[in-house]
Design a protein around this ligand. Structure first.
Ligand code: NOJ
Length: 740
């Protein structure tokens, strides 16, 4: 049941009606405290016993309290409790020992795998491969479902245009279209085609909304933007996920235009339910409703619970404010019981959609868990996803791929032998035993003939005594250096914003010393964001962006290094020249004084820095040079009813077949709301055989030209458009057409 064929879940109308009757009958029997309990999500304190809980085991105070609350119907959902044995045990408490026997909902942060870890979402987005994303999400859901989980806090669909923000790593990068498409693919993968199946997890797109626009890239920071911008850039990926069937959503931490999102009725009710007809429930991000107090929006805990609930937050994560205050808020008349019933209905309808009332354990059992977790099939998929996520930024003199024999290789840097930083952030449930280091991957590829020396040279953020000397010796003895440098997973994650998106100084010093040996260097960059690459790092002959590739990291990198897989990845984020250009993104507006690299004074750029990316969005090379011909359009004009065919010829001047991602961008030259200098509208993977030329065409539709007008409705105006078919957002010459 691989996911390629799957569709959004369809619950037959009759079944939905049956669920509704069942749920409403239950609500009619619930006390106000039991209702508040269904809206109360807490940490699962039982998960530390992976083999489950045995009769006679004693509980610590947290476990004892949680058990008592579950039995009293004061908790409706638990999170990050993973494991078939322990979830079954805890589910028993709810089903057999609480008054109404309502099953618990088990939620977890299954973001890029459970035990088998796939590339971080940003890395996987570099594959530009939606089928792959659906398959890895499916595999993650299979492992999660077998472990008793019902809901995942993923996909993260925040458009992220400021690379200082640590959470760029969790999403699909800076582009709206890419975020939309990955949101759909991942939602489908997680939810599968039958939500009642044990392997289907409710998807929870997050963080609603505009969390990725945090000022200065500082995590949790406020956002203030026009509704135009919000609706054009930050909301579409959520809408795409809901259209694909996502049944839950997480409200965010940030203030949005003066009203924190977790207390924002306009966002969580008017737009979400009113405009979009969202059918699922809203869960707050970890204590975000409580944080309304720190935001200066709520006076105290009672006020925060009231404001969040009335805004549309149905389930409270971790703060305990709902169970504490809802009964009294209803009794005092400050919250109508109808609003509580509505929230409970949304939560219970989700439980019903999952089939929990028919089978609270949903077939999760220890044997299935053992069979599917870390299976050969999943590890093979992790390796495939890993190699498809790698982006080759440069390859001077065709240094790559390396021959398998006859070269002495020095593997230098903090990530050469490392196994802890292959997974990346949000790998809460990873299995360390499944990790393949770079060293192991290279050794496995080279076999017994390997002439490989491994030297750490530096810690990630601090020098290592004697490290540089050892590295220089190893480089001197080698024919080629693999320099494994970059960020640790600690540097690119929640709350890990950085002012400089650079390689840490200690590693830069290592890179300079290694470069001074004159040996050819391949930089293997580990990173969770777009980065500033400078000095010897950017001066290396070859650079591969390897993100955090997950369990099979070392094997996946070796596949590309030695040419078993020619690189196919493309950057989903821009790599600017300098950190200080942040936020830098390709789809920016023009100013009145646009700059080109050769321009001098009084144009838009920082002193001494081109107003461009060093490695632009969409960039990525392969083991054959591809040349683009001039772009042609099927007609110089287009009308509302037309489609335009845009064509280009690709020529492969190399000796290997190439897989090229052709990107279609447009620019609306003059509009009543100014439009980006380029905007991705479509892309397509094209195989260009060695030595051959291939003509390829893409279709531009009228709908592709729409933008949100001043009245916030989709509009388009007649006039001149540029259209590119290009290998990146910063290359190619456009053709023109006029919309008449
Ligand atoms: C806070 C994070 O913002 C969110 O992404 C995550 O799902 C929750 N914590 C739960 O771990």
């Amino acid at each position: 049941m691989m996911a390629g064929m799957m569709m959004a879940p369809r619950i037959a109308a009759a079944k939905a009606q049956e669920n509704l009757s069942r749920v409403d009958a239950l609500i009619a029997r619930m006390t106000i405290e039991e209702k508040a309990g269904q809206l109360n999500l807490m940490n699962d304190p039982f998960r530390w016993r992976p083999e489950g809980i045995n009769p006679g085991d004693t509980f610590d105070s947290d476990q004892a309290q949680t058990a008592a609350d579950i039995r009293a119907g004061r908790i409706g959902a638990l999170f990050n409790g993973v494991g078939a044995a322990s979830t079954r045990y805890v589910q028993d408490m709810a089903v057999k020992e609480s008054r109404l026997g309502i099953p618990l909902l088990f939620a977890a942060d299954i973001v890029h795998g459970l035990k088998t870890t796939f590339p971080v979402p940003l890395g996987e987005a570099a594959s530009w491969d939606l089928d792959l994303a659906e398959r890895t999400a499916r595999a993650a859901a299979v492992e999660g479902g077998a472990a008793g989980v019902h809901q995942t806090y993923a996909p993260m669909v925040d458009v992220a245009r400021d690379q200082r923000w640590g959470r760029v790593v969790e999403g699909a990068g800076e582009d709206v279209l890419l975020n939309n498409l990955f949101a759909i693919a991942r939602t489908r993968g997680f939810q599968g085609d039958d939500l009642t199946h044990w392997s289907s997890l409710v998807a929870t797109p997050k963080h609603f909304a505009a969390y990725g626009a945090a000022e200065a890239g500082l995590d949790y920071n406020s956002t203030d933007m026009s509704e135009q911008m919000l609706r054009s850039v930050y909301l579409p990926p959520f809408k795409a996920a809901f259209d694909a069937g996502a049944l839950s959503v997480m409200s965010a931490f940030n203030d949005l235009n003066g009203v924190p999102t977790s207390g924002n009725k306009w966002l969580l009710t008017d737009v979400l339910h009113g405009e979009w007809g969202f059918a699922g429930f809203v869960v707050s991000d970890y204590t975000s409703e409580q944080e309304l107090i720190a935001h200066g929006y709520a006076a105290d805990g009672r006020d925060a619970a009231r404001l969040a609930l009335m805004a549309g937050v149905d389930m409270s994560m971790k703060s305990g404010l709902y169970i504490k205050h809802i009964p009294e808020l209803v009794q005092s008349g400050d919250v109508p019981v109808e609003r509580v019933d509505q929230a409970v209905r949304r939560v219970l309808m989700t439980k019903a959609a999952l089939g929990l009332f028919d089978d609270p354990y949903r077939g999760s059992d220890v044997r299935t868990e053992r069979r599917v977790t870390g299976s050969r099939e999943h590890l093979d998929l992790a390796r495939e996803a890993g190699r498809k996520s790698i982006v080759m930024l440069k390859n001077e003199g065709d240094l790559l791929p390396l021959p398998r024999t006859g070269k002495r290789i020095a593997l230098i840097g903090p990530f050469g032998a490392d196994k802890t930083d292959v997974f990346g952030p949000w790998s809460v449930f990873k299995d360390m035993a499944l990790a393949v280091s770079l060293e192991e991957g290279v050794r496995a590829a080279l076999g017994d003939d390997a002439h490989l020396t491994v030297v750490k040279g530096s810690d990630v953020e601090a020098p290592l005594a004697g490290g540089i000397e050892a590295a220089v010796l190893a480089a001197g003895d080698a024919d080629v250096v693999l320099l494994a440098i970059g960020e640790s997973s600690e540097m690119s994650a929640e709350s890990k914003s950085r002012t400089e998106i650079t390689i840490p100084d200690a590693q830069l010093a290592l890179a300079e010393a290694v470069a001074a040996t004159g040996k050819p260097v391949v930089v293997l960059l580990r990173n969770g964001r777009g980065m500033e690459l400078s000095g010897a790092v950017n001066g290396a002959a070859a650079i591969l962006v390897t993100w955090f590739l997950g369990s099979q990291s070392g094997n996946a990198i070796a596949d590309v290094l030695f040419g078993d897989h020619a690189p196919t990845g493309r950057l989903p984020v821009s790599f600017p020249y300098k950190s200080g250009q942040s936020p830098f993104y390709y789809a920016h507006k023009s100013t009145g004084r646009p700059s080109r690299p050769t321009d001098r004074e009084f144009t838009t750029k920082f002193r001494g820095v081109p107003n461009e990316a060093l490695y632009p969005f969409g960039h990525g090379l392969t083991y054959a040079p591809i040349r683009y011909s001039a772009v042609t359009v099927s007609s110089p004009t287009m009308t509302r009813d037309d489609e335009l065919t845009v064509s280009v010829t690709l020529t492969n001047g190399g000796e290997r077949d190439a897989s090229e991602v052709v990107q279609l961008y447009i620019r609306d030259r003059a509009a009543s709301i100014t439009q980006p200098v380029r905007l991705l509208k479509a892309f397509k993977r094209v195989t260009v055989p060695a030595g051959a030329s291939v003509e390829t065409s893409m279709t531009l539709k009228f709908a592709d030209l729409l933008f949100l007008g001043g009245d916030l409705t989709p509009t388009v105006e007649p006039g001149l458009f540029d259209v590119w078919l290009a290998p990146s957002a910063q290359s190619g010459e456009p053709a023109q057409f006029t919309l008449v």
